[in-house]
Design a protein around this ligand. Sequence first.
Ligand code: FMN
Length: 205
Amino acid sequence: MKEVPKYYDNLDLTLEEILGLIQRGVKDRKSGFHNFVLATSSFENEPDARTVVLRGFDSKKMEISFHSDLRSQKINQLNKNKNVCLVFYDEKKKIQLRIRGKTNIKKSFQEAWNKLTNWSKRCYLTESPPGQESRKPSSGFPEEFAFDAPSSEQTKEGFKNFGQIRVSINQIEWLFLASQGHRRALFEVVKSDSKFLIEGKWLIP
Ligand SMILES: Cc1cc2nc3c(=O)[nH]c(=O)nc-3n(C[C@H](O)[C@H](O)[C@H](O)COP(=O)(O)O)c2cc1C
């Protein structure tokens, strides 16, 4: 039988493992936490979800960030309802996270935009907004960028469509799958002023 990790029966070590995994997911494209599922509520209060890339984690503020086109449907939804659930799963670690929080949309945030390559900035150069019906198959951005990245000058047009979305974490629910018996815990982030406290408790998986 596979040996259990040190955090198996320890809430403090579990939290340490969780925060480390999220941090690694930002930089490590191979990490199971590099992408996550962002669940929102639609205008009709129906569930909606899609995959996004984890772009940042500030453990001092307990804030996760990702990028999106400000014209996209998810942004319209978030403008109406800031409550989100983020689902992460690391297949190798057998760890699932369900993170609940509230979003704050930073429009045209230069610092985050500057970190993107011109190749990545192409996605924000579509003339029509994402999700708009198209009469023909199309990437949405000009043909000339199909194989060549736009110049820095050309990417400037996309900046107005670029948004960094910050998720202020309220809760992290952790599930670890193990043959000896699964483990599940809930960590609540109790915020007051600029400080916060994280309170953990075990749940039955
Ligand atoms: C692996 C992967 C990563 C993605 N990353 C992002 C992302 O970081 N930001 C984003 O807006 N869309 C991303 N997408 C596209 C979204 O899943 C979604 O299709 C798109 O944003 C439109 O969603 P919406 O209509 O709900 O706004 C990604 C898709 C995949 C498959």
